[in-house]
Design a binder for this molecule. Structure first.
Ligand code: 0WD
Ligand code: CA
Length: 424
């Protein structure tokens, strides 16, 4: 997939504006705990500040102008494994939950409200799983990841960052996000940086105050999957069955963004059932529902906001297409349309002042550099909490043995006590 390769003739690290502002660290080793770096610094301020906290001057801007440079290197993502979560949310180190896409009619009239009241088992989203499923996958597949041969590595897994794809999507879209902030907890452990989201207060409130209509609309996306996916390669969709959102199939991909080696996992809706389809992730299909587009204003909003999220989410793991079901106000799918990810940036070209893929990727790359720079202590019980609100800079605080700790003991112990089988 050509779009994943950088065609930048100049190394992206040269001549770039310094998006993060590092000032003098006279007491560089003294990580003050729970001291927040100061938000809202004027963008053009420079030179050392006189704050008490040596890190009080460290922050990262999300301003778009700072990231409008050449597209960074983004290596074609390679699937290194997959896992499944069953109807009771149990982990399996295999693809048993994979589903197969079945092309609907052009105007399918799927009723997305069907089954909401009587055939819906909803995952308990008060259970915060953090990175646990990915960590289980890592333990089961450690020999695939560990530093090859005898070359000494400061990093056991040969990977700089482990996270969910969804967390990276939030980073890619941050320069354009005006509504929702985020908090990401980061822990450095055996040379690898683990990134796990922390629910913000605002997100928790929004979740508690969801209307019944909103709750039901969240079901519509899953229902569309049930109308278009079969459990077996020659099977048919079963829209009369029970819909259980505990079930998931996740791909695990490895790639590199600039000089950051990434391992992340993302939930995949289904694959092309053609036996001649390309290997994963190129055979995967992302399913989406969206309100039907009736006016130029709606079309413009769709391009500016929705296509940004769709592009970012699928570009990251190398999923080449999104199949969209456009639904009316009553939740009936009136049209379906395929959006090849490689064509999305052309589709939006006519929008004035629209989002740019290069800004998304450069911000993400600089964010990861920022994290490498600040999260220096290799310790599973230390969390660097990076916080961001729209129109602010990214700031951070440091927490030791706190409720933010997210690497479970079973992971830390297994990684510390044993070596992967192929190593001596
Ligand atoms: O517990 C948590 N805080 C999280 C758990 C946060 C983020 C992810 N997860 C886990 C779950 O195990 C889930 O199976 O990640 C998986 C999905 O991760 P992802 O692919 O990195 O997430 P994202 O790209 O945001 O979402 C992909 C799909 C969504 O599809 P749409 O088309 O709506 O974008 O995963 C589903 C949803 O169907 N999804 C989730 N499923 C379970 N738990 C979650 C979630 N928190 N968020 C999205
Ligand atoms: Ca989806």
């Amino acid at each position: 997939m050509e779009q994943h390769r950088s065609h930048n003739p100049n190394p992206s690290h040269q001549n770039r504006p310094s998006a993060y502002k590092r000032e003098r660290e006279d007491n560089g080793r003294n990580h003050c705990e729970n001291k927040h770096s100061r938000p809202n610094r004027p963008q053009n301020q420079s030179g050392p500040s006189r704050g008490q906290n040596p890190h009080s001057s460290l922050s990262l801007s999300t301003r778009r102008e700072l990231y409008e440079r050449d597209f960074p290197v983004y290596k074609q993502p390679v699937e290194v494994g997959c896992f499944s979560l069953d109807s009771e949310r149990r982990f399996f180190n295999d693809g048993r939950q994979m589903r197969y896409y079945v092309e609907p009619d052009r105007s399918p009239n799927f009723d997305l409200r069907d089954g909401y009241k009587d055939r819906f088992i909803k995952r308990d989203d008060s259970v915060k799983e953090k990175l646990d499923h990915m960590l289980r996958w890592i333990l089961a597949n450690r020999s695939k990841l560990s530093a090859r041969g005898t070359t000494a590595s400061s990093c056991d897994l040969d990977i700089d960052f482990v996270t969910w794809r969804g967390h990276l999507t939030k980073l890619l879209t941050a320069p354009y996000e005006t509504r929702e902030g985020w908090q990401l907890a980061v822990t450095r452990f055996r040379g690898t940086l683990y990134i796990s989201e922390v629910e913000t207060e605002a997100a928790r409130r929004d979740q508690e105050n969801r209307t019944e209509r909103h709750e039901e609309m969240m079901y519509w996306g899953y229902k569309f999957e049930q109308y278009t996916c079969a459990d077996t390669v020659h099977g048919r969709p079963d829209p009369g069955g029970v819909l259980n959102t505990n079930e998931a199939f996740c791909t695990v991909v490895q790639t590199r963004l600039a000089d950051h080696r990434l391992l992340f996992s993302g939930e995949v809706d289904c694959r092309d059932k053609d036996p001649n389809a390309p290997a994963p992730p190129a055979c995967y299909i992302e399913l989406k529902t969206s309100a039907e587009i009736c006016t130029p204003k709606q079309r413009s909003n769709f391009h500016r906001f929705k296509l940004l999220k769709w592009w970012a989410q699928s570009f990251l793991p190398g999923v080449p297409r999104v199949m969209a079901g456009f639904r009316d106000e009553e939740g009936v799918v009136v049209a379906v349309e395929t959006f090849p990810i490689s064509k999305i940036s052309h589709l939006i070209k006519n929008e004035h002042n629209c989002w740019k893929p290069t800004v998304c990727m450069n911000f993400c790359s600089d964010f990861l550099s920022f994290v490498k720079h600040i999260a220096t202590e290799d310790n599973p019980s230390v969390v660097y909490l990076l916080s961001w609100e729209p129109r602010r800079d990214v700031t951070f605080s440091v927490h030791r043995d706190s409720p933010y700790c997210f690497l479970p003991h079973w992971f830390v112990e297994e990684m510390t006590s044993s070596q992967p089988s192929h190593q001596s």
